[in-house]
Unconditional design. Sequence first.
Length: 227
Amino acid sequence: MFSQSEPSRSQQELSSPKALQRRCWELSAVRKQKGKEKKQLTRQITETEQYLAISDQVSEALETLSGQLFEQQLELIQEKLTIALQEVLEQPLKLKAVAEWKHRGASVDFQIEREGNIEDIIRGQGGSVANILSVGLRMFALMTLDESEHRRVLVLDEQDCWLRPDLVPRLVKIIHEAGEALGFQVIMISHHDPAMFERYADCIYQFTPSKEGVQVQRVETDWQLRD
């Protein structure tokens, strides 16, 4: 005996001309969407291939630009720290920064020039030059940090230890002006007389050893009283 199975539900739905027409429209819409996706993917592949074709040139250009920006930063550091050296020490000193590029990185050698002659930073002027330069270099380094993660606070522990007492106020003036210009909070620790700081410090605290430990006293200055 021969028996014929009943048509499935999908076959029944497509048995009428309207159902077939509706199904064709659906498939046509799917085809158009797939065509758009294909064009988009083709465009992305083309753009990726174009980028890969010039990636070496882009990398080389970025390295060149980074080198140029680094040189500009060095020139700025030389200029500003030369001014600081001359204002504090009153000597014809110039800071020279010589950069050497190796393995996609830079190393910098700092030297002091006096009337055309090169001097070693430590051996030439001793700690006084190093004290001044280290302040400036630390400020420049802190400027490169992300402010959302690092507060601009600079702590200077006896940064004036190698300076003559009469030169200390000049260093304090430079630090004060740089701190205000760059938005730094500066905490400076010193063994010198508080009077050397009173003109530029927002507040001064004096720590004195005692039998009970350490006494802390806020120093009121004539400059603060005038304000």
